[in-house]
Write a protein that binds this ligand. Structure first.
Ligand SMILES: Cc1cc2nc3c(=O)[nH]c(=O)nc-3n(C[C@H](O)[C@H](O)[C@H](O)COP(=O)(O)OP(=O)(O)OC[C@H]3O[C@@H](n4cnc5c(N)ncnc54)[C@H](O)[C@@H]3O)c2cc1C
Length: 639
């Protein structure tokens, strides 16, 4: 390539200079025009929530400063259509090539494909790179060329691929092309509206977005916390997980770099015979593996954003109870551990992995609310909102994965509270109304003697709710739901056996009002698809002005047997069926933040196809899904 080549570098979720293959290639080839395009219309229902947009804005400012120090400015564009914005850039500077790093979420898969086709029609050279993963989703298949549907099998294959991911060096300097693009200021992108500013101001006290801060966070984790990583899986207290998820989501640190740092530590500890260190390294690499797996599932099974990976929830009698949905969101279910988690999420945009599992399981198993609603709410409120990881998490807890939680498993928040928050400190931190409850009763105040309640200033039903549903009733209701599902399955199967056409669909398709509700708690919201009842980031309840947490581990086994409810409160470390371990943990304290196959449906891919064709195949599914949105498309995948 001639050194006068003019290349557009299209930044998306790769907001870093270091180990950025698209940027490195453009810099090597000649002049570089870095562009960030904000196109809310194309985000659809997955328009990012307030805290996520706050993070994005800070990261973009940070990236722009870094690019300027290398010689170019990041062009910001707010557009109705990404492709037309890109074409404007091409025209303005006479560029001939565009480079970007791959994304794998269903929205990006479709959009990137369309853009690629359109740009090619204009004779523009398009080159894309692996910038977000260790292993491309089309690199990892089983012996028959099928996509894996269990994490352990997937990760074993990855590890055995023996690809040691190699990083690319950051450019020393960047040369801008002549010509001016009609961009806008970062404020004009509208990532933060006026109403959100005061809430957002507090986020900066706890978090430091930006790629150099990601590097610091990584270094601190490796030096100080990696050795204790397993603790983050068994208790809710302490600071032992990495807090890297928001950085990883926006590509502020390359996962290859994280992998390499951890591998270096692994080698050192192996030489020293540090068994604890080796164990923790393995656990952490598995966590990175889960992130890889989330992208893998979305690429190979793009329908998972709206339906179960196993076709098992199609007749589940979901309850479309908006009142219960609201109580859950507001942390008013009457179950202290769930409520504390939801209040923390509301206030800070963050929750420990353990609490995510508990709150999400409660949503599905106790309230029988459609998991896609909860998934969307997490998407709207989490600081590290990441479509693929969010989908994986919700599929995992809702019995949708062969190696996830069983659908008939009902964990009592009371028992989990006494296990993971024995002194009740986490609950007290987020539920001031229970601050004076003795530890003995804090996770089940409804059982407390009235004298105790009175002494603690708790009036159930007045200043703290009674349980939204009694545990025994919840069990009964879940049993009924499972038996209804089972009967409907049987009827459908026999209808099919009688030669009638089988309809592959999900219960959620049947009622209009079961669509993911748009949650708006305040007036004058700029984007109707965005959630606004997340506007409460007050760290008031937090110790030392911020949040402190603790994280445990729970693991579970096999598939549900639809007629039995398990009260499985003692969680074993390993899963009987290979244990997809989503309990890697999130940990966050102010200090740390501031410093830094079987009957399963699968997509059959022909291993002789090249990468482009494989990608096209994934795209074809995703596009079909989006364009048709009908059971027809699903039949192909779930037959
Ligand atoms: C219902 C539910 C929803 C979730 N939604 C999200 C989400 O929107 N965004 C998100 O990043 N994570 C999500 N997770 C996964 C997990 O809770 C977070 O990645 C983790 O808590 C982040 O903290 P950390 O960076 O300190 O993690 P660590 O324990 O330090 O792990 C390191 C990295 O590994 C990856 N990782 C760890 N666990 C998981 C996992 N279970 N699934 C996928 N990747 C993982 C993350 O990128 C994480 O940053 C969800 C989990 C559940 C159960």
């Amino acid at each position: 390539m001639s050194s006068t080549c003019k290349t557009i570098v299209w930044f998306r979720k790769d907001l870093r200079i270091d180990d950025n293959p698209a940027l490195a290639t453009a810099a090597r080839d000649g002049q570089v025009l870095p562009v960030y395009i904000w196109c809310p219309k194309e985000e659809g229902q997955f328009y990012p929530g307030r805290v996520s947009r706050w993070w994005l804005q800070q990261s973009l400012v940070h990236l722009n400063q870094s690019l300027k120090s290398l010689g170019v400015s990041l062009v910001f564009m707010k557009a109705e259509s990404t492709v037309s914005a890109l074409l404007r850039c091409f025209e303005a500077v006479g560029a001939t090539k565009i480079v970007y790093n791959h994304l794998y979420d269903p929205v990006s898969l479709v959009r990137d494909h369309t853009i690629k086709v359109k740009l090619a029609e204009h004779g523009i050279c398009v080159q894309s790179f692996k910038g977000d993963l260790l292993y491309e989703p089309w690199e990892v298949y089983d012996e028959e060329g099928h996509a894996f549907t269990t994490f352990n099998a997937f990760w074993r294959k990855c590890v055995n691929l023996s690809i040691e991911p190699a990083s690319v060096f950051p450019p020393w300097k960047l040369v801008p092309p002549a010509g001016t693009v009609d961009g806008c200021s970062i404020e004009e992108l509208g990532l933060e509206d006026e109403l959100e500013k005061s809430s957002n101001a507090l986020l900066g006290k706890g978090w430091s977005p930006g790629w150099t801060n990601a590097d610091k966070t990584l270094a601190e984790f490796v030096d100080r916390h990696l050795i204790d990583y397993s603790n983050s899986r068994v208790r809710l207290e302490g600071v032992t997980s990495s807090l890297l998820s928001p950085y990883l989501h926006f590509g502020e640190v390359s996962v290859r770099k994280v992998f390499q740092c951890i591998r270096m530590k692994q080698i050192i500890w192996a030489k020293e015979g540090n068994l604890l260190g080796e164990k923790n390294v393995k656990l952490f690499l598995r966590s990175l593996g889960l992130r890889e797996y989330s992208r893998y599932l979305c690429f190979n099974f793009p329908f998972t954003q709206e339906r179960s990976l196993m076709n098992n929830l199609r007749f589940f009698p979901w309850r479309s109870e908006h009142g219960d949905f609201k109580a859950w969101r507001q942390g008013k279910t009457g179950y202290p551990l769930v409520d504390a988690g939801m209040r923390e999420l509301w206030a800070t945009g963050w929750m420990h992995n353990r609490i995510r599992v508990i709150a999400a399981s409660f949503f599905v198993k106790f309230l029988l609310l459609p998991w896609t609603w909860g998934m969307k709410y997490f998407w709207d409120t989490l600081l590290d909102a990441d479509l693929e990881s969010d989908i994986l998490g919700w599929q995992y807890i809702s019995g949708s994965l062969p190696d996830g939680h069983k659908l008939n498993r009902l964990d009592s928040p009371q028992v989990q509270g006494s296990k993971f928050d024995p002194e009740g400190e986490y609950v007290r931190q987020w539920l001031p109304e229970l601050a004076r409850m003795p530890s003995e009763w804090i996770h089940h105040p409804w059982n407390a003697p009235s004298l105790v309640l009175r002494a603690a200033g708790v009036e159930l039903g007045l200043n703290y709710p009674k349980p939204i549903i009694d545990i025994d009733l919840a069990k009964e209701r879940l049993v009924d739901a499972l038996s209804t599902t089972c009967q409907a399955e049987t009827t459908a199967r026999s209808a099919n056996a009688n030669g009638m056409e089988e309809v592959v669909m999900d219960n959620m398709d049947r009622a209009e009002n079961w669509k993911i509700p748009v949650v708006v708690l305040k007036e004058n919201v700029s984007h109707s698809t965005s959630l606004s009842d997340q506007r409460v980031p007050s760290f008031q309840n937090c110790k030392n002005g911020s949040a402190s947490r603790k994280r445990p581990l729970c693991v579970e086994a096999g598939r549900p047997s639809p007629n039995k409810i398990q009260s499985n409160d003692c969680e074993s470390e390993t899963s009987g069926t290979g244990g997809l371990d989503l309990h890697s943990t999130a940990e966050s304290t102010s200090a740390k933040r501031q410093s830094t196959s079987s009957a399963l449906p699968f997509m059959v891919l022909d291993s002789s196809l090249n990468v482009e064709v494989l990608q096209e195949k994934g795209l074809a599914y995703a596009m079909k899904q989006q364009n048709e949105g009908t059971s027809k498309g699903r039949n192909q995948l779930e037959a």
